[in-house]
Design a protein around this ligand. Structure first.
Ligand SMILES: C=CC1=C(C)c2cc3[nH]c(cc4nc(cc5[nH]c(cc1n2)c(C)c5CCC(=O)O)C(CCC(=O)O)=C4C)c(C)c3C=C
Ligand SMILES: [Fe+2]
Ligand SMILES: [Fe+2]
Length: 340
């Protein structure tokens, strides 16, 4: 394999000063088949930013236990939320729609591409797409409002890994997380008002649920929970809610170790016994709906809440490619471009 991969166009030379926007999201399987989900999980769970345990210990567990059991279960969950018409996962379709929305806002002079940390299209492909359009300045925007080494940092790693293969590198600006950016909070608050306005019941609690993280990573310095708390504090303020009216919980626990608390499922399942039988869920850490919001919350948690005596359970959609979400992405992109 040659050391350098991308062959830059021979002209225009020298640098054009053209900026391109690169949206990076987590990634998702190409299909719901066990094989496709296994390929995706193998890449995802081999990332040492995600699983910090020594590969000597972890790789035999991953290949021996995890990849022989989880792909079937996760494949069935993906099948429940799959967009059959487009034959793609919601995360892929919404990420693409966000890129298209941003492209329309920024106009032809500022190319926009999207790439996935794991799977396809890769970050390297998206970068090449921008460079082929003459971009020698890249604004990279990881689609994670709250910082974590397991998401933001690994997205940046992957971009710089792609840059390592280029003889002629573009300049790069990585956009920082935006846990209490005014437009992000405004977009979330608007989504709550809109959803509550059309619900046939009045929720007793609006529960903010974020993807979890191993507690050990937090103790080692990952400030993800602080960012989640900043988001929830700003959102409570915007909606004029007290702490107990909008509690913060963490979902999507993986493996047997301790993760950040409180855990979403036991918290929600205990509510009916306290007389709280009508709730709404919001998942502000996810910029797009995905398996974690649509299946884990929308299907699994809904069922266990109703089984525990709950009467009404509403799920507020993620920002996806709504107008306010594109307002936010446009503001983040333009702010970064001013830095060039
Ligand atoms: C140790 C494992 C995991 C860590 C750490 C982790 C952090 C983390 N993840 C997200 C966002 C998403 N995760 C998604 C799916 C997903 N996450 C894990 C594991 C860890 N995540 C797994 C195994 C999976 C796959 C699904 C499954 O098999 O259960 C997704 C959705 C992807 C999709 O295709 O829809 C998102 C988004 C964050 C924000 C985060 C750290 C804060
Ligand atoms: Fe995850
Ligand atoms: Fe999950």
């Amino acid at each position: 394999m040659p050391l350098f991969t991308h062959k830059p166009p021979l002209s225009p030379v020298p640098a054009t000063g053209r900026t391109g926007i690169l949206l990076i999201n987590l990634g998702t399987p190409d299909e719901t088949s066990v094989g496709a989900v296994r390929r995706y999980l193998r890449e995802f769970l081999s990332d040492r930013r995600v699983i910090e345990a020594s590969p000597l210990l972890w790789q035999p567990i991953l290949h021996g236990v995890v990849l022989s059991t989880r792909p079937r279960r996760s494949g069935a969950a993906y099948a429940r939320i799959w967009n059959q018409a487009e034959n793609a996962s919601p995360l892929r379709l919404f990420t693409k729609a966000q890129a298209e929305g941003l492209r329309r806002r920024l106009g032809e002079g500022i190319p926009v591409a999207w790439g996935m940390r794991y799977g396809t299209p890769s970050v390297a492909q998206a970068l090449e797409e921008l460079m082929d359009q003459g971009c020698d300045r890249i604004v990279s925007l990881p689609l994670y409002p709250q910082y974590s080494a397991t998401t933001t940092a690994t997205a940046n790693d992957q971009l710089f890994r792609a840059l390592m293969r280029l003889r002629r590198q573009p300049a790069v600006h990585t956009v920082p997380p935006f846990p209490d950016h005014a437009l992000y909070i405004e977009a979330l608050a608007g989504s709550v008002r809109e959803a509550l306005g059309s619900l046939p019941f009045k929720p007793q609690r609006l529960i903010a649920s974020f993807h979890g993280l191993p507690q050990q990573y937090v103790e080692a310095g990952d400030h993800y929970p602080e960012d989640c708390e900043r988001t929830v504090a700003a959102l409570r303020h915007a909606l004029d809610l007290r702490d107990e009216q909008m509690p913060l919980v963490y979902q999507s626990r993986f493996g047997p170790t301790e993760w950040v608390k409180p855990y979403a499922a036991p918290y929600v399942e205990a509510l009916p016994k306290e007389g709280v039988t009508r709730i709404a869920m919001i998942m502000p850490g996810f910029m797009t709906d995905c398996i974690e919001t649509l299946d884990e919350i929308g299907n699994e948690l809904r069922e266990s809440f109703l089984d525990a005596g709950g009467e009404a359970f509403a799920v507020i959609p993620c920002l996806n490619a709504s107008g306010p979400a594109i307002d936010l992405l446009e503001a983040l992109a333009r702010q970064a471009m001013r830095g060039y």
